[in-house]
Design a protein around this ligand. Structure first.
Ligand SMILES: *[C@@H]1O[C@H](CO)[C@@H](O)[C@H](O)[C@H]1NC(C)=O
Ligand SMILES: *[C@@H]1O[C@H](CO)[C@@H](O)[C@H](O)[C@H]1NC(C)=O
Ligand SMILES: *[C@@H]1O[C@H](CO)[C@@H](O)[C@H](O)[C@H]1NC(C)=O
Length: 480
């Protein structure tokens, strides 16, 4: 009897909660709040969505090897099928058209080589051909510069007539640190706590970053000399940028927040804008930080047509050293002399999404845009990724999973902050939501859902629109 009563009450209250949630999902913002010609799109990467890993002559990449290594992926999955984007490309382009986006950012799979939605093409989104890693350790060797340049030039020749927006590298700082310092990503090298068979967490990240930067500069030079005049395209890099807020107002923590940013964005953007690494890195890393020749500096400077920013979250920064149970790790992360965390004591900086690193702090977007404006002289910026994930709960029904009011709040908040930054005078040109579909989230496997569309992993990978699709559709189609 009591049980029946409780059920009756729940049945009464649930619709009210749902109604309340719909009310709170109202949009404060739509595309008319952005300048004319502003681009809205959605982003993905080849390895996370394509599947079809052994078709049409594709060779293995370092992510095929890594994802098939026992213990590397949270849910023991691999991306052999992923969300089968390779075979369903027409259906997926149709849902993008239906959503109303102007552009689609995707990456080309290096190891696979060879519409009214404008392509923004990522040349390297982490899937290095395994053969190059076996041959000379991939990004650890400067032999990679020539091979990468050949690959990029092949793409300019084959697709440059249609592709006008190129992103040479996705998140260089992330794959440098995760692949060669902490070993959470392919190729999984490190020396910290003797967790890995091979690697050196205090030197390899700097060598990899150096070769990535020289590769970008070489490719930008080739494009400028041989293709730009005819093809008229632009070249950018998509940087991963957490906004760092000083944890307290002490000068030590204010300096720490700046240092944390130097070791994240500055590591790559300073050389591309000013020709050298930030001075805080030179001071703290010393001889382990490679040097650019004068010719290389000249090639780096001004080699970006736009600054791509993948921004998801904000952390607090403190002056301190990363350590593990008191052991200072002496790796690239600890070189910055900061500890960055999404909480202060027990209080978190914002509401958490599914990923342990993803806290919702919309105003961080505005602070970051203004920081780039001030430090780098207001270059053109494209938000190449922004979004949040829900867990892939084994007992969550599709009906519940598509009710993503948290994602709607996230998008509403971040887009409002982005619009405010444009009002502040920041030169922002475009915005790409990550992602159109749930997909294979690197070492988190399928346990995390970033899509506007739900993918049913249990039933033929069928796509279902979440509530955020309706919201974004309205946003994109709005007329004031
Ligand atoms: C990493 O390389 C540096 C410089 O060659 C060396 O001094 C250090 O001992 C190496 N560390 C490990 C863990 O191999
Ligand atoms: C960071 O420093 C600024 C400048 O002193 C201060 O206004 C702000 O409150 C500080 N942030 C935090 C979270 O303490
Ligand atoms: C650094 O962090 C540790 C905890 O990881 C703490 O015990 C120590 O007091 C901190 N040092 C400073 C200078 O804040």
């Amino acid at each position: 009897m009591a049980l029946k009563k409780r059920n009756a009450i729940i049945n009464l209250i649930l619709p009210l909660i749902v109604l309340f949630q719909i009310q709170t999902c109202k949009s404060d913002i739509n595309r008319e709040d952005f300048p004319k010609g502003f681009t809205f799109g959605t982003a993905s990467s080849a390895f996370q969505v394509e599947g079809a890993v052994r078709e049409d002559g594709r060779g293995p990449s370092i992510w095929d090897t890594f994802s098939h290594t026992f213990g590397k992926i949270a849910d023991f999955s691999n991306a052999d099928v992923a969300v089968d984007h390779y075979h369903r490309i027409e259906e997926d382009i149709q849902i993008m058209k239906d959503l109303g986006v102007d552009a689609y950012r995707f990456s080309i799979s290096w190891s696979r080589i060879f519409p009214r939605i404008e392509p923004y093409v990522t040349i390297y989104h982490w899937d290095l051909p395994q053969a190059l890693h076996d041959k000379y350790l991939g990004w650890l060797s400067d032999k990679i510069i020539n091979d990468f340049a050949n690959y990029a030039e092949t793409l300019f020749q084959k697709f440059g007539d249609r592709v006008k927006q190129w992103i040479t590298f996705n998140e260089p700082q992330a794959f440098t640190i995760q692949g060669y310092d902490t070993a959470l990503h392919a190729p999984g090298r490190c020396s910290i706590l003797r967790l890995c068979k091979a690697g050196n967490s205090s030197t390899e990240p700097y060598i990899v970053a150096h070769n990535v930067l020289r590769s970008h500069a070489t490719v930008a030079d080739i494009y400028k000399r041989k293709y730009k005049k005819v093809q008229g395209g632009s070249l950018g890099v998509a940087f991963n940028v957490i906004w760092y807020e000083n944890a307290t107002n002490s000068q030590k923590d204010i300096d720490a927040a700046q240092r944390a940013q130097d070791f994240q964005l500055g590591w790559f953007l300073d050389p591309l804008m000013f020709g050298d690494y930030p001075s805080s890195m030179r001071t703290r890393v010393g001889d382990r930080l490679p040097k650019f020749s004068e010719a290389e500096s000249a090639l780096l400077k001004g080699s970006l047509d736009f600054v791509g920013i993948n921004h998801y979250t904000t952390f607090y920064a403190r002056d301190n050293y990363t350590n593990f149970l008191g052991i200072i790790l002496h790796d690239a992360v600890s070189d910055s002399g900061t500890i960055t965390l999404p909480f202060k004591g027990l209080k978190s900086i914002g509401e958490r999404a599914n990923s342990i690193w993803l806290y919702i702090v919309p105003q961080g977007m505005r602070s970051l845009m203004n920081y780039i404006n001030k430090k780098y002289g207001n270059p053109p910026v494209v938000i190449t990724e922004n979004g949040m994930d829900d867990p892939n709960g084994p007992f969550t029904s599709i009906r519940d999973a598509v009710k993503d009011e948290k994602r709607i709040r996230y998008l509403n908040g971040y887009l409002s902050a982005l619009r405010d930054s444009i009002k502040d005078g920041c030169n922002v040109k475009g915005y790409f939501v990550w992602s159109i579909l749930d997909n294979w989230e690197w070492s988190a496997g399928y346990s995390s859902r970033f899509g506007l569309y739900y993918v049913d992993y249990k039933n033929k990978l069928k796509r279902y629109p979440k509530d955020s699709v309706e919201w974004f559709k309205k946003f994109l189609k709005a007329k004031k």
